[in-house]
Design a protein around this ligand. Structure first.
Ligand SMILES: [Zn+2]
Length: 347
């Protein structure tokens, strides 16, 4: 009798279940990961409701793409190619290049097909040949280390920030906070973070991890705040990390200086933004660009170096069986309950 394990499966129709699987043996050239913790993000909520963001998305599926775990067993080929051994703690790149295509763990593998365990919301996970793994430090809880995932994106999102810059981040969610940390490391001179009255916990966290100023836009006009702080010069780089709201796009244009840069990161559920005057971009010599993610290796290197205050962005953690409470926390549904991040923790 082989050992059994459990994983959360999303139907794609707003429901979930815990399924039992046999702990698999490593596929040829691959490995098995004992998952320690997985970070959750808004794309998991979308996935719960059947909204997919990857080309090869399939249901039912084991979600989870921000995974930290230990190598449970591995093939000799994976040991050689990945330079890891049993017991090593690793971060995963959730994108896997296979057969000339990209498959994303936690999105693009069916929970009904063997081996089934291809997402981080399970106690074990199958790693196929070609998976990118990076060794992580031992001395921190796994649910702190899942921050490698938002940090991976943030390193790319702040690429426009130069030493000394005035940098504004709109939206203090886990991506906004990761961008504050990444921008501080990139040498930003002044960092200003904006949020709403509901973002109290997150704005406090922003201050802890490196923001010089935080603005509650329900109380203060962020454009006036930036004008005062910069003596009228306005911001060098404004990042929109706010999900869903399109109001922040207008504020990007109002807060950026002439010849400054606007970086668009927060997704708006494909809503159009009314009232954008493109002449403003041309005549004020603005650069407007979409946020592009960075490298897992760089994020892991920063975390392992001790440069990242992972404790301050740990957030709340839930056991596997409490996935529904975790999703509610992610959507801030509980009254007075907020967390800067949400994790599932398996061990
Ligand atoms: Zn994510």
């Amino acid at each position: 009798m082989s050992e059994m394990c459990r994983a959360v499966v999303f139907s794609g129709k707003g429901s979930w279940e815990v399924r039992e699987y046999r702990v698999p043996v490593p596929p040829a050239g691959g490995a098995i990961l004992r998952v320690e913790a997985v970070g959750m993000c808004h794309s998991d909520v979308d996935m719960f409701n059947g909204i997919t963001h990857t080309r090869n998305a399939i249901f039912p599926a084991v979600p989870g793409h921000e995974t930290v775990g230990r190598i449970h067993s591995l093939s000799p080929e994976a040991a050689a190619a990945w330079t890891v051994k049993e017991g090593d703690r690793v971060a995963l790149n959730s994108s896997l290049r296979r057969d000339g295509d990209v498959r994303v763990y936690g999105h693009d593998f069916s929970a009904d097909e063997e081996p089934g365990l291809c997402g981080g919301y399970g106690e074990y996970m199958v790693l196929f040949p070609g998976t990118e793994v990076h060794k992580l430090r031992e001395d921190k809880p796994a649910d702190e280390l899942t921050f490698f995932n938002p940090l991976t994106a943030a390193v790319g999102w702040v690429a426009s920030v130069s030493p000394g810059d005035v940098f504004v981040v709109q939206g203090p969610g886990h991506m906004g906070l990761a961008c504050v940390i990444a921008a501080r490391l990139a040498g930003a001179g002044t960092i200003i973070v904006t949020g709403t009255g509901a973002d109290g916990v997150r704005l406090d966290a922003a201050k802890k991890v490196g923001a010089d100023y935080v603005v509650n836009v329900d109380v203060e006009d962020p454009v006036e705040v930036v004008r005062n702080i910069t003596g009228g010069a306005m911001a060098d780089v404004v990042l929109d990390a706010a999900a869903q709201t399109t109001q922040t796009i207008h504020l990007c244009f109002a807060m950026v200086r002439r010849a400054g840069t606007i970086v668009l990161g927060g997704l708006k559920d494909h809503k159009p933004v009314d009232g954008i005057v493109t002449d403003d971009i041309v005549l004020r010599h603005l650069v407007v660009k979409g946020a592009v993610g960075g490298q897992v290796s760089r994020a892991v290197e920063l975390i392992n170096s001790g440069a990242i205050p992972t404790h301050d962005v740990r957030g709340a953690s839930f056991p596997l069986d409490d996935v529904e409470a975790a999703l509610a926390a992610l959507e801030r549904k509980g009254p007075g309950r907020d967390a800067v991040r949400v994790n599932l923790r398996m061990v």
